[in-house]
Write a protein that binds this ligand. Structure first.
Ligand SMILES: [Zn+2]
Length: 477
C-alpha cells in the first residue's frame, strides 16, 4: 500500500506593533515577568478592549502579500476556553468573518513551482506563558505576552510532503519579513506553527483523520515532529490499525523525540464562539487598504525575477541572495556604488556568507559598508589589486573599520600597471636567469611560470601578473 502524506499548516505570527492589540501596553520582548500588563490585558472586570488600528493595517498588508481577498467588513469573536495563561477565559479572535480569505503562496520545489492555497488569515490576541519551576511543584504565570497581536495564517491541506512543508514555511517567513509584518524570530516565539497531518492511499480523494501537532518553533523541530508522526501513522495503516488514529492534538516533545497526546481536538462548537460584544464589527477603510497596497514592497519572487533579468544572475544565485532581505538589499547597494553585478554576487555568495558563518551572525548585522566592498570590486576589476590582496583588504576592513583605500595604502597593495616600469623588471629577470631563458627557447615552455614568479618576487607581488606575462612572452619570442 503506497501512502501519501497530507499536511496543512496554521502559522501564528506576532505582528510588529509597539503596543498590544486592545490596550497600550508595550509588546517589547524580554521584560520582567508581568511588567507589560494593565487591567485591560489582565482581563479585569469592567475593562473594555479598544482595537489597535495598526493591527488591522498589518493584517491587511499580510493578506495582500499572500494574494488574499480582504473582507472590508469583518468582526471579532469570543473563543471560550479556560487556560491559566488566558485570564479572561476567552480569547478574542475571529471566527466566521476573518479579515482575509482565499489567498495563495507559490513555492519552488524540485518538481517545479507549486501553489499552496491559503484558507484565511484572522487576527487574535496571544496568550501568556506558564513557567514551571524545575525544583518545586510550582508554576508561575507571565502575562507579558497576553494581548500581543497575532495573525493566524491557515493553509488548505495542499502540502504533500515534509520537504514541501519546510519550503512553504521558509517562503512564507521570507514574504512576511520583506513586508515588515513581523520580525519572525522563531526563537522568541514571533513565528510559531501548528501542523495538521494525515495519510491516505495514493489515488484516494477523501481526507482521513488528522492529528494536530502544536507549537513548533523551528524548521528543524517541524521536520522532526512531522517525520515522527508520519512514521507513527503509516505504521498503523500498514498493520490495519488505522482506527487507532483519532482526531487529537499532540505535543511535540523535542527532548524525548516523540509526539505526546495532549487533548482531543476541539471542534468549533466546543469553543462556543460568539460575536465579541465589546468590539463593533470592523470596517477596513479604503484609506487603510490603499496605504497597505502602497506600502507593500517588492516581494521575494518578483525581486528574484528582476535580479535574473537586470543583473544576469543565475537562478540559483538569485534564489540564495533573495532568500534574505538584508543580503538582497546589500547586493543592490554594492551595485549602486558602481560594482558590477556578477562580481558583487560572487563576493556575497563566497566571502560575505563565509563571514556570516564564521561569526555566526545574521546578514542584517554584517557591517562592512557596501561602498567599501564596491571599492574592492572595482579596484580588482581594474587590475589595481590582485584577488588575494582583495580578500586581505576585505578581512582587514572587518577587523579595523578602516576604509579599503586606507588599507591598500598602508600595506602598499596597489599593483603596477605601468608597462615601462614592468618592462625594466622583466629585462632584469631575463638577464639574471640566462639558463632558464635558454631552456625556454629550446622548447621548455613550462619555465615561463618560474620567470613570472621571479618578477612577482622582485616586485613583492605588486605588478599585474597578466601584463608581466604578456611583456615576458613578447620579449622571449
Ligand atoms: Zn495592557
Amino acid at each position: 500500500m503506497t501512502l501519501e502524506t497530507i499536511i496543512g499548516l496554521e502559522i501564528h505570527v506576532e505582528l510588529d506593533t509597539k503596543t498590544k492589540i486592545f490596550c497600550n501596553c508595550s509588546t517589547k520582548f524580554g521584560k520582567k515577568p508581568n511588567e507589560n500588563t494593565c487591567p485591560i490585558c489582565l482581563g479585569l472586570p469592567g475593562t473594555l478592549p479598544v482595537m489597535n488600528e495598526r493591527v488591522i493595517e498589518l493584517a491587511v498588508k499580510a493578506g495582500l502579500a499572500i494574494n488574499c481577498n480582504i473582507n472590508t467588513l469583518n468582526k471579532m469573536d469570543r473563543k471560550n476556553y479556560f487556560y491559566p495563561d488566558l485570564p479572561k477565559a476567552y480569547q478574542i479572535s475571529q471566527y466566521d468573518l476573518p479579515i482575509c480569505q482565499d489567498g495563495y503562496v507559490d513555492i519552488e520545489t524540485e518538481q517545479g513551482s507549486k501553489r499552496i492555497r491559503i484558507n484565511r488569515i484572522h487576527m487574535e490576541e496571544d496568550a501568556g506563558k506558564l513557567v514551571h519551576d524545575e525544583f518545586e511543584p510550582v508554576s508561575y504565570i507571565d502575562y507579558n505576552r497576553v494581548g500581543v497581536p497575532l495573525i493566524e495564517i491557515v493553509t488548505e491541506p495542499d502540502i504533500r510532503s515534509i520537504d514541501e512543508a519546510i519550503i512553504f514555511l521558509k517562503t512564507l517567513k521570507n514574504i512576511l519579513e520583506y513586508a515588515d509584518i513581523s520580525d519572525c524570530k522563531m526563537e522568541e516565539g514571533s513565528l510559531r506553527c501548528d501542523a495538521n497531518i494525515s495519510m491516505r492511499k495514493v489515488g484516494d480523494t477523501k481526507l482521513n483523520t488528522r492529528v494536530e501537532l502544536k507549537n513548533i518553533n523551528s524548521f528543524k523541530e517541524l521536520e522532526k515532529a512531522l517525520l515522527k508522526e508520519q512514521k507513527r501513522q503509516s505504521e498503523l495503516y500498514k498493520y490495519g490499525e488505522d482506527y487507532k488514529i483519532i482526531q487529537e492534538t499532540r505535543r511535540w516533545d523535542s527532548a524525548k523525540g516523540k509526539t505526546i497526546p495532549m487533548r482531543g481536538k476541539e471542534e468549533a462548537h466546543d469553543y462556543r464562539y460568539f460575536p465579541e460584544p465589546d468590539i463593533i464589527p470592523l470596517i477596513v477603510k479604503n484609506e487603510i487598504l490603499e496605504n497597505a497596497k502602497a506600502s507593500l514592497p517588492e516581494l521575494p519572487s518578483i525581486k528574484k525575477e528582476r535580479f535574473i533579468k537586470d543583473y544576469a544572475l543565475t537562478e540559483t544565485d538569485a534564489s540564495i541572495i533573495v532568500a534574505d532581505k538584508y543580503l538582497a538589499n546589500y547586493f543592490e547597494d554594492i551595485v549602486k556604488e558602481g560594482a558590477d553585478a556578477k562580481n558583487a554576487s560572487n563576493w556575497i555568495l563566497r566571502d560575505v556568507i563565509r563571514i556570516l558563518n564564521e561569526q555566526k551572525i545574521e546578514a542584517k548585522d554584517f557591517n562592512l559598508p557596501a561602498k567599501e566592498l564596491a571599492t574592492i570590486i572595482k579596484l580588482t576589476k581594474e587590475n589595481k589589486i590582485n584577488s588575494s590582496s582583495a580578500t586581505l583588504v576585505f578581512d582587514e576592513i572587518l577587523k579595523t573599520n578602516k576604509t579599503a583605500l586606507e588599507i591598500i595604502e598602508e600595506k602598499s597593495l596597489l599593483q603596477s600597471n605601468d608597462s615601462s616600469e614592468i618592462e625594466a623588471i622583466v629585462d632584469k629577470v631575463i638577464f639574471e636567469n640566462e639558463n632558464v631563458v635558454k631552456q625556454y627557447k629550446e622548447g621548455n615552455k613550462k619555465v615561463l611560470g618560474f620567470l613570472v614568479g621571479q618578477i612577482m618576487k622582485a616586485t613583492k607581488g605588486k605588478v599585474n601578473p597578466k601584463i608581466a606575462n604578456e611583456i615576458l612572452s613578447k620579449k622571449l619570442n
